[in-house]
Design a protein. Sequence first.
Length: 297
Amino acid sequence: MSRDSSTFKESYNHALDIVRDIGVSETLPTENALSQSLAVSRTTVRTILKNLNKAGIIKWEGRQKQVLRAPKQTDYFGDDETASATERVSSQFMEYVLNSDLAPGTALHESDLKKRFDVSSSVIREFLIKFSRFGLITKERNRSWVLRGFTREFAEELFEVREMFEMRAFRHLIEQGADSPTAQALIALAPKHEQILEQIDTNFLDFPRLDERFHRTLIEYYDNRFMTDFYEVVAMVFHYHYRWHRADEKRRNRDALTEHLAIIYALEAGDFKKADEAFRAHLCNAKKTMTASALWD
C-alpha cells in the first residue's frame, strides 16, 4: 500500500493512537496483533512501523518495538490527507456549485468533472450516483447529469431529517461528557472560528467549509452509516448554500460563527444545559435563515 494512500494515512494515525495509549518505554504488540487492530495487511504494518521508527517515535529492532516518545499533533496526517478520493470530490463538488453559481438545469459531464477534480472516472461516477438518490442530480440518456431545482418542499423535508439526526448526535455527545472525542473535536475548532470571525469582512467565504466540518463532526463521531451518507445533501444545501441569496451572506456567516462559538464555549466549560440550548437555537436560526434566504425554484 502506497504511503500516499489515504487509507495508509488513516491507518498510520490509528497506529499513533495505539502508541499514545500504550505509553513511553512500553512495547507495541506483535505485527499480527497490529494487523488485526488496524485492519490492514502485515506488509502495511511493517511500513507503518518503519515510518514510526524513522520519526523517532519507536525503536524497532527485530520483534522489539519500544515506544520512545508520545506522538505529537504534528505527527498525524490532517483530515484533508486521510479523506478518500470520493470524500474529497464531495467537498470539491460543493465548492464548485457554490462558486460557479450553477443554476437548475445545468448539465454536468463526467469527463469535465474528472478533469476539474483530477480523479478517475469511477470516482466521479460513484459520487454522482450516490448523490443522485437525493433528487438534486439526475442522470440523462446522453451520459450527462443535470442539476435539478431546489424547492421549498424539498428543503423543509430535508431540514426535518437533518434536525432529527443532529439532535440525536448532540444528545449522544452530552451523554458522553466533555472529555468525549466528539466534544474535544468540536472544541478544537474554536481557533479557526475565532480567526474567521476576527476577519469576517474579508474571510466570510471561508466559513462554508468550516460550517460543514462542525456539523459533520457531530454526525461522523456518532458513527451511523446512514446518517453519514445522508449528510452529503445536507452539506450541499445548508453549509454550501446551494441557491441562496448572496446579498446577506456575510451577515449569515457571522451569525452562524457566533452561534457555533456559543456551543463550543459551553462545551469547553462543561455547561451542557447551556450547550444544548445554544445548539437548539442554532438549528432554529438555521431553518429561519433557509426560509428567508433561499432562492426557490
